[in-house]
Design a protein around this ligand. Structure first.
Ligand code: PGA
Length: 255
């Protein structure tokens, strides 16, 4: 099954509007018209517009880092899917471990966001992953299953191809520690099995499953060589054009 790899940059709370535009200009220039890898940048809300304006004639796609699952109304501080679509976002990161940990987002709330994103033509990048304590306690697969099943509740079979899943072991995020390619592949294969049960084998075979957690140019090739690792969700290494582009090149070997 041929799946087009995705390299997605999660800028987190970094880059103001001007810095974001400058970074994405460099990325767009480096990528050119090469469409072998799907490249996505996810700036903070305040840089979406400036970044979007630089993407017009490029193949690089825009993603947001969150949304609120209502159309509009009295939700102070929140951003709707429609507002994101208006800025030409096509992806949205949901269920990131930082949102689960710092903002107490649970699977039920994340599930509302996933369904809301799909209903508004935004492709969710649903993040799942275990903490170090959970891994040490032998609970990795149980946690990943719960987050995946909870996050995908009520999603129709026909919408499965819109989904992107990111496996991000929490202990590997921003720590410099990466899961070994074998550890990551084991979980990725497990995720695909769950997706096959939840939807069907054909649909599961089409869903891109990204690895995230200290992915960088020095370790990307061996991670991306694994059968079920279809790309990366990149934090730190997405903040500079050079390292981000090197990751795109690494993913190209897979395409
Ligand atoms: P990192 O972050 O690449 O800096 O570890 C990845 C993520 O949290 O998406």
């Amino acid at each position: 099954m041929q799946r087009k790899p995705i390299i997605a940059g999660n800028w987190k709370m970094n880059k103001n509007a001007a810095e974001g535009a400058a970074l994405v200009e460099e990325i767009v220039a480096a990528v050119g018209q090469d469409h072998a890898v799907e490249v996505v940048v996810c700036p903070p809300f305040t840089a979406l517009e400036s970044v979007s304006s630089k993407l017009e004639s490029s193949g690089v796609k825009l993603g947001a880092q969150n949304l609120y699952p209502e159309a509009s109304g009295a939700y102070t501080g929140e951003i709707s899917a429609e507002m994101l679509r208006h800025l030409f976002a096509s992806y949205v990161i949901l269920g990131h471990s930082e949102r689960r940990a710092y903002f107490a987002e649970d699977d039920a709330f994340i599930n509302r966001k996933v369904r809301h994103a799909i209903a508004n033509q935004l492709r969710p990048i649903l993040c799942v992953g275990e903490t170090l304590e959970e891994r040490d306690g032998g609970k990795t697969l149980e946690v990943v299953r719960r987050q995946l099943e909870g996050g995908l509740e009520g999603v129709e079979n026909g919408d499965a191809p819109l989904l992107v899943i990111a496996y991000e072991p929490v202990w590997a995020i921003g720590t410099g520690k990466t899961a070994t390619p074998e550890m990551a592949q084991e979980v990725h294969a497990f995720i695909r099995q769950i997706l096959a049960k939840r939807f069907n084998k054909t649909a599961a075979g089409k869903i891109r499953i990204l690895y995230g957690g200290s992915m960088k140019p020095s370790n990307a090739a061996e991670l991306l060589a694994q059968a079920d690792i279809d790309g990366g969700l990149i934090g730190g290494a997405s903040l500079e054009a050079k390292s981000f582009f090197e990751l795109i090149q690494a993913a190209k070997q897979r395409s």
